[in-house]
Ligand binder design. Structure first.
Ligand SMILES: [Zn+2]
Length: 168
């Protein structure tokens, strides 16, 4: 069985199913079918607007977001390290005082669902610092399919590691 470092938190059964898809060279096809196209959010300005829209819909009373940006360094670090810690790096960092949200540049070339999952994750951190029950409750409040999208993002990271080729 593959090491599947991005899927270490999932059950043996789930990991076995993913291993089978990999062995059959079907993982990319499954993802492409589930998510036909990438979103069109390419600039920091567009990302800022997208995240502000989510915030006004779900977290209107939370502290303001000062800055939003794609960050190519997160991309580099993620690929250089390639650890299960990559997800937290992918999700970026937020300065406590200023509420700055950074999203790895690789999220320019993914389906909107994956970008939404990262955006929701970072927005939830404005209110909840830890990855605890309250945090995930807030994530699933903003996006009911949060856990599915996270899983599928991890499938894509796995596929990227194996093939080195983007799907979108
Ligand atoms: Zn987090």
């Amino acid at each position: 069985m593959q090491s599947l470092k991005y899927l270490s938190a999932y059950s043996d059964q789930t990991r076995a199913q993913v291993s089978l898809l990999i062995a059959q060279h079907k993982l990319a096809d499954v993802l492409r079918k589930r998510y036909p196209a990438a979103h069109g959010i390419r600039t920091d300005r567009a990302l800022y607007d997208y995240i502000q829209d989510l915030k006004s819909e779900f977290l209107r009373n939370a502290e303001p977001i000062n800055k939003v940006a794609f960050d190519s360094k997160i991309h580099v670090i993620q690929h250089a390290l390639g650890l299960h810690t990559a997800i937290s790096r992918v999700q970026g960092s937020k300065l406590k005082a200023k509420h700055e949200i950074r999203v790895a540049s690789m999220f320019k070339d993914v389906p909107l669902e994956f970008l939404r999952m990262i955006a929701v994750h970072e927005l939830a951190h404005v209110k909840e610092k830890q990855h605890d029950k309250a945090f995930y409750k807030l994530c699933t409040y903003m996006e009911p399919n949060y856990h599915q999208y996270e899983f599928d993002l991890r499938l894509y990271l796995t596929e990227l590691d194996l093939s080195g080729q983007r799907i979108w």
